[in-house]
Design a protein around this ligand. Structure first.
Ligand code: PGA
Length: 254
């Protein structure tokens, strides 16, 4: 079975004290993470070392950076490189979240460079894709998402993409309380898998974990994660509440 992942995306929220309290509450919560599952904390840069220390020794609990720069080092004031993340032992990096695409103008081509440096340094990208409401209303979401994958990933070898993690996040469902239905999620996840199978192979496509993101809550997680091609979630708002997020983690496919 491919990996099932509950990834928290804290975004730009929480003070250090609030973050530590949240993780303490989660560590004390009755969370079960079985062998083919992972809990990933996507935390702001300043908290990575601290949260990683807190979860040390807890199997299958890992941290993720929410971004990285496309260059490895140099005169790029304010940026954070994969080399730095690697040096503090961060395993995952969220790449291409729609908020970064929108507010920081990240393009598919730049995201391809970020994915490249992640692979160069052995970090695992959680690659985000997803369409805006106007695209969904025009009914062109499948080709739109396919193009995002094509322009950022298709230059990579099948070998490097084995066990890759993609997060499908329809922008109209992020932070809006408007979740995609489980049918809409399944349909797009199956499409993404088919696109990867056509470009590479069905073995490769089957190894990829495709997470759903966009208003995942304790009340809808089980149904969403129960879909055959939905391998967990990338969770924003609900990951900031320990009781909510622990229920979401426990909703992963067993
Ligand atoms: P949300 O955010 O769960 O608050 O909708 C998801 C995300 O943006 O990753």
């Amino acid at each position: 079975m491919r990996k099932q992942i509950a990834a928290a995306n804290w975004k730009m929220n929480l003070t250090l004290y609030q973050a530590e309290t949240l993780v303490n509450d989660l560590l004390a919560a009755p969370i079960e993470i079985s062998e083919h599952q992972e809990l990933v904390f996507g935390v702001p840069f300043p908290y990575l070392i601290d949260i990683q220390k807190k979860t040390e020794g807890r199997e299958r609990m890992l941290v993720a950076a929410q971004n990285c720069y496309s260059k490895v080092s140099g005169a790029y004031t304010g940026e954070v490189s994969v080399e730095m993340l690697k040096s503090i032992g961060v395993p995952y990096v969220i790449i291409g979240h729609s908020e970064r695409r929108e507010y920081c103008n990240e393009t598919n081509a730049q995201l391809a460079e970020k994915v490249n440096v992640c692979f160069e340094y052995g970090l695992k990208p959680i690659f985000c894709c997803g369409e805006a409401l106007a695209i969904r209303e025009a009914g062109t979401q499948n080709s739109y998402v396919e193009n995002q994958l094509k322009e950022s990933l298709f230059h990579l070898t099948a070998e490097s993409l084995t066990g890759f993690v993609i997060a499908y996040e329809p922008i109209w469902a992020i932070g809006t309380g408007k979740t995609a239905t489980s049918e809409q999620a399944q349909e797009m996840h199956a499409h993404i898998r088919a696109v990867m199978a056509a470009q590479y192979s069905s073995e490769l496509a089957d190894s990829i974990s495709i997470l759903y993101g966009g208003s995942v809550k304790s009340t809808n997680a089980k149904e969403l994660f129960g879909q055959p091609d939905v391998d967990g979630g990338l969770v924003g708002g609900s990951s900031l509440v320990a009781t909510e997020f622990s229920a979401i983690v426990n909703s992963l496919k067993k």
